[in-house]
Design a protein around this ligand. Structure first.
Ligand SMILES: C[S@@+](CC[C@H](N)C(=O)[O-])C[C@H]1O[C@@H](n2cnc3c(N)ncnc32)[C@H](O)[C@@H]1O
Length: 277
């Protein structure tokens, strides 16, 4: 009979698997974008307050901290507290906070840099625009907000397995609420929130055989195979299975692995950043 200890172990292993997938993805994004920070932050100024919303285990924060000599206050928030490192590393703090809820009053206009990557799908049925305007409210005058999100609109140069991956991703984003084109209006949301110097850049993210660095290429393949397994399970839970047969669904992660290792894959990542006047 399963005990509560078994359940805790299962949750811990599931979290470790997800954190490994996110760590692989982090290396892929860092390599393809050539930077961790797109907004023009002057990290040499003293005592900056830096927020990473949807931080998971704070890997982005820890990686930024490791490249900067000045001590700053690094704050990570997420709705899955089990992801937070225990104890928090020096200079970092972690807090339970959903992007769909009001942020603490004493955090308003208190950050020099608000960063959020690949978290807006977690808005669910909540308006994405409202989540973005809440983030804008956290930025000090002169400070920056930066959003990095996947863009599944437009034509794809990927092979058949990865085009199927993209179709399943679009379907999932539509079903959970954010909608597959959720990243396209981000620039206008930041403008409507009253921010200035609003900028946008699209990055080509390469995976597997399309990635020039062999070490990062492997991490990209591993990330996509794990993500394909999650997408397969989500699709199975949906009425109609997106017209995929049981056999197609079962073999889908393996088809993704073969195609990414032999041909590679590309995704578009949109970075949007803006300043509080
Ligand atoms: C795809 S992961 C990205 C993690 C990290 N930002 C990165 O780029 O590596 C999405 C993260 O957002 C968190 N998340 C999902 N919905 C959220 C919400 N409503 N509010 C805050 N965080 C959320 C998840 O728990 C997860 O850690």
């Amino acid at each position: 009979m399963a005990t509560s200890g078994d359940t805790e172990r299962y949750i811990m292993e599931a979290n470790e698997g997800e954190l490994q997938r996110l760590a692989n993805q982090h290396q892929v994004l860092k390599s393809a974008m050539g930077t961790l920070t797109v907004a023009p932050i002057d990290f040499s100024r003293p005592n900056l307050r830096i927020l990473d919303s949807g931080t998971a285990d704070g890997l982005w924060l820890r990686d930024v901290q490791a490249t900067i000599a000045q001590p700053h206050a690094y704050v990570g928030t997420d709705i899955v507290q089990a992801f937070f490192p225990q104890p928090a590393p020096p200079g970092l703090s972690f807090h339970n906070q959903s992007i769909t809820q009001d942020w603490p009053d004493d955090w308003q206009a208190s950050f020099d840099y608000v960063h959020q990557r690949l978290t807006l799908a977690g808005a669910g049925q909540h308006p994405v625009k409202q989540c973005v305007s809440r983030l804008a409210g956290l930025v000090k005058p002169g400070g920056w907000v930066e959003l990095v999100e996947a863009d599944f609109t437009g034509d794809s140069s990927n092979g058949p397995a990865m085009q199927q991956f993209e179709a399943m991703m679009r379907n999932m984003l539509d079903k959970v609420g954010a909608g597959y084109a959720y990243a396209t209006p981000l620039k206008s949301y930041l403008e409507d929130a009253g921010l200035v110097n609003v900028q946008e850049k699209s990055f080509d993210i390469t995976y597997g055989a399309a990635c020039p660095n062999a070490h990062v290429a492997k991490k990209g393949s591993a990330h996509l195979v794990t993500a394909a397994t999650g997408l397969r399970d989500f699709t199975k839970s949906q009425v109609g299975n997106m017209d995929m047969s049981d056999q197609e669904l079962e073999s889908f992660p393996d088809e993704v692995r073969k195609e990414v290792e032999s041909r590679g894959a590309h995704f578009k990542m949109l970075a949007v950043w803006a300043q509080k006047s």
